[in-house]
Design a protein around this ligand. Sequence first.
Ligand SMILES: [Zn+2]
Length: 66
Amino acid sequence: MKDAFSYSCRDCEGMEACPASVVAKTKSEVWKLMELHAQVAHNENPTDWDDGTREYLGTLIKSVSV
Ligand SMILES: [Zn+2]
């Protein structure tokens, strides 16, 4: 068992239908994967995310054991 961080897109408001989730060893890697996912799957530009959005998304990153 190792500690890791996960993000499930469906936890995000309005993204309930999205099946994607990411798991990585560090939060910073999860952020990179979230940003990539948002670009590819949702056509979003993560550089447009303001502090409030990042704060909200940050609350969706969970600590997990894998
Ligand atoms: Zn998604």
